[in-house]
Design a protein around this ligand. Structure first.
Ligand code: NDP
Length: 418
């Protein structure tokens, strides 16, 4: 085996390993985000707490290959998969060069059996890419949300799609709470005043409110939406939700949460909306000019679900007009967002690049799920129901519950111009 470090045409570093003795076995191609300037980074803490297994069925502490708390999600981290895969005779190619025709991911996918991609640095697995990859049998999302895979095309070709349901739901729920408080309390502009030598309390206070007493609503009360509500409940807010299915009555009572049968009813009522539904044809561009126009003037939106759920120009216009008092989120379309994406430069915004679900606390959890999915695949075992998005040409498992069939990858080639 030998290792080659390449600088790709797009300037991104990629690492390839060759294991020629085992080419006949499965080829796994994996797109991960680039390494930070120093890899491995100097960790701020020595460990992450072992918080138990209620959010991830596979225990990362039980895997000898993993040290929870380490950066596994970037190219050199390789999701900790290399030695495990190679010991079983498989080949692993890891790259961050994922966009545009002829990129390394696309080239390597052509004879790959399994593709692993991440929502944070999505390798868009389009119909065209699937057509060029006759051996492709499974697309694994190392995280949650497989909208960057054309699910319709995957079903047409009977390519299985799996994701690590539950793995980073607490990470995202905490990010949502942080962003809601950040917007409502005017944190980011006030921090800028402090760090730039100023002391303009009037300026800080003129857009700062308490969250207490506000109406806060989630679009979707799934794993993340429910956790957001549980975390906000002690802030003495009035909670609301809209979802296809109602929560059990006991949970509605415990959280004193009001159900809305339509998204319109929710947005007309609340001061803060948090979006926690998957991106699928039903939710693409859900927050357009019309729906935002139904919101209370001066409402806030926090979107950590997917960028395409909101119309990017309508959001910017609503912030400029004052219809929205703030917008925060860590999801964009495409990703990485081009330098001139309207959300990079809009007032009253608290944007981050997509990292809420890839904290050091979350990484070993979604990686442990990837190990589990691969193990099941190689051993011919059934996948966990909750990991399945597509199987045997149909939406299945979690995918059947939360997605509608169709494709939301359109326009992803725009990412190549980023
Ligand atoms: P779950 O599957 O647990 O919950 C999704 C919920 O969305 C379900 O309750 C589902 O309803 C509901 N839903 C689906 N379509 C609609 C719709 N049209 N209107 C209202 N509700 C709808 O998923 P998670 O909570 O774990 O994750 C949600 C999403 O968050 C992911 O799909 C992903 O896009 C995003 N995410 C982002 C991360 C990040 O790093 N920023 C990390 C993890 C996830 P029902 O089941 O009742 O039909």
């Amino acid at each position: 085996m030998f290792r080659a470090n390449n600088i790709t045409s797009s300037g991104r570093r990629s690492v390839r390993y060759f294991s020629s003795a085992h080419r006949q076995q499965a080829k796994v191609v994996c797109a991960l985000y680039p390494d930070p300037a120093v890899y491995p980074p100097k960790y701020a803490r020595d460990s992450v707490p072992n918080v138990g297994l209620d959010t991830c069925p596979s225990d990362p502490w039980a895997r000898p290959e993993l040290t929870p708390g380490q950066l596994l999600g970037s190219v050199s981290g390789e999701l900790g998969l290399r030695s495990w895969l190679e010991a079983r005779g498989h080949t692993l190619v890891v790259t961050s060069d994922k966009d545009g025709p002829g990129c390394e991911f696309e080239r390597e996918l052509k004879d790959a059996d399994i593709a692993i991609s991440q929502p944070f640095w999505p390798a868009y697995i389009t119909k065209e890419r699937m057509e060029q990859s006759p051996n492709l049998k499974m697309c694994i999302t190392a995280g949650i949300g497989s909208d960057h895979v054309d699910l319709e095309a995957a079903n047409d070709r009977k390519i299985a799609v799996t994701e690590v349901t539950g793995s980073n739901v607490v990470s995202v729920a905490e990010h949502v709470v942080m962003m809601i408080l950040g917007l409502v309390r005017n944190y980011i502009p006030s921090n800028k005043i402090a760090t730039s030598g100023g002391w303009d309390i009037g300026e800080c206070a003129s857009r700062a409110y308490d969250l207490e007493g506000m109406n806060v609503g989630t679009v979707a009360a799934g794993r993340i939406g429910l956790r957001v509500m549980r975390r906000l409940h002690p802030f003495d807010v009035k909670l609301h939700y809209y979802d296809h299915h109602r929560l059990p009555e006991a949970i509605e009572k415990e959280l004193n949460v009001t159900y809305h049968p339509t998204v319109e009813s929710l947005v007309e009522t609340v001061d803060v909306v948090t979006i926690n539904c998957p991106l699928h044809p039903e939710t693409e561009n859900l927050f357009d000019e019309k729906l935002i126009g139904k919101m209370k003037k001066g409402a806030y939106i926090v979107n950590t679900a997917r960028g395409k759920i909101c119309d990017k120009n309508a959001i910017k216009a609503a912030l400029e007009s004052g219809q929205l008092a703030g917008y925060a989120g860590d999801v964009w379309f495409p990703q990485p967002a081009p330098a001139d994406h309207p959300w990079r430069n809009m007032p009253h915004a608290g944007m981050t690049p997509h990292y809420s679900g890839t904290t050091l606390s979350a990484q070993a959890r979604y990686v442990a799920g990837v190990f589990e999915i691969l193990e099941n695949y190689f051993e011919g075992k059934e996948q966990r129901h909750e990991y399945l998005i597509c199987q045997d040409g149909k939406l299945a498992g979690a995918g059947k519950h939360s997605y509608t069939s169709g494709n939301t990858t359109d326009g992803s080639y725009a990412a190549a111009s980023a």
